[in-house]
Design a protein around this ligand. Structure first.
Ligand code: PRT
Ligand code: ZN
Length: 283
């Protein structure tokens, strides 16, 4: 039985459980329980505070965990990234009161910086050769400058609205973070086999999210050019239509280039373009 630790409640909880469910793993996570066993996969799930997850993984109490890169780096435990999971994106940034001048990192010299990430911040300042005082606080970091506790803060940012509403401006990003699947050392062979199965499923789910299935009709004389725009998994599927001189083309397109591809297809006389979400993608 493989054991995985996920956040009990908070920003990563829903997507962590959602990902496992999309992998076809049935989990009953009601009743505020601390652990549960999946109904149809050899996986035990622990529900913990995200801060505690790297330690559980280092100790081998959990084989795997889902945490942000920010937590993995801050806790600095013996746990390694297995796979980035494409959710929980945010950045760890230094911010100062918006009326203060900032031209480069040297302006942080001698300042008192409040943060819940003292380890990452100290390492960063050391690498940049900046001498500043790091003041650790555990929550509501954004109010520290306003109440005279610090000159600057180093905290997680996503939309930036928390900084804005506290009269702060972001001056330096020190880490880009997202949720990660992490693991410890020395999985027993039986659990390695389960992990390989789980990884196949997670990769199929993530890949499907980044791709769309596309169907369109095109005049036959355009098929070569359209096939060049739509490489697909191997090559596009092309099927003749009942109407002479026309074919249906089907392929898979990556989200990142999606609108570019659509514009090119329109320019190549494609018609009736249908875009369909993909549930799983196994390569
Ligand atoms: O109880 P537990 O310890 O498990 O949870 P927690 O309160 O420590 O963490 P939680 O649930 O707030 O966040 C869990 C993880 O989500 C973090 O470790 C990050 O990896 C990730 N994440 C993504 C974020 C954010 N986005 C985020 N915006 N974590 C926190 N924030 C906070 C930030 O601290 C600040 O207060 O949101 C505010 C800023 O948001 P914006 O949108 O106003 O910029
Ligand atoms: Zn936490």
């Amino acid at each position: 039985m493989l054991k995985i630790a996920v956040q009990k409640s908070g920003r990563l909880h829903d997507e962590s459980i959602g990902l496992l469910k999309e992998c076809g793993i049935r989990i009953n996570n009601g009743n505020g329980q601390l652990k549960t066993i999946a109904a149809n996969f050899p996986l035990e799930i622990y529900f913990l505070r995200d801060d505690d997850i790297p330690q559980y993984v280092e100790d081998g109490v959990a084989d795997l965990g889902i945490v942000g890169l920010n937590i993995l780096m801050e806790k600095n435990k013996k746990a390694a990234t297995i796979l980035p999971l494409s959710f929980g994106q945010c950045r760890l940034s230094i911010a100062i009161p918006k009326n203060k001048i900032f031209s480069d990192l040297k302006d942080l010299e001698g300042l008192k910086i409040a943060t819940s990430y003292p380890h990452i911040l100290n390492e960063y300042l050391k690498a940049q050769k900046i001498k500043a005082e790091v003041h650790e606080i555990s929550g509501s970091v954004e109010i520290a400058p306003g109440i005279g506790l610090a000159d600057a803060i180093c905290d997680l940012v996503s939309s930036g609205s928390t900084l804005f509403s506290n009269g702060l401006k972001e001056v330096q990003t020190i880490l880009q973070s997202e949720a990660l699947l992490i693991g410890g050392e020395n999985l027993i062979p039986e659990n390695q086999i389960i992990l390989d199965k789980l990884l196949l499923r997670i990769k199929a789910v993530l890949k499907a999210k980044n791709n769309k299935y596309i169907m369109l009709n095109a005049p036959d004389h355009r098929l070569k050019a359209i096939a060049d725009v739509l490489p697909g998994m191997k090559s596009p599927t092309i099927v003749p239509l009942a109407e002479q001189g026309w074919s249906s083309v089907q392929s898979v397109v990556n989200e990142e280039v999606f609108w570019d591809v659509i514009e090119k297809l329109k320019a190549l006389d494609a018609e009736g373009i249908l875009v369909i979400p993909i549930e799983k993608m196994i390569l």
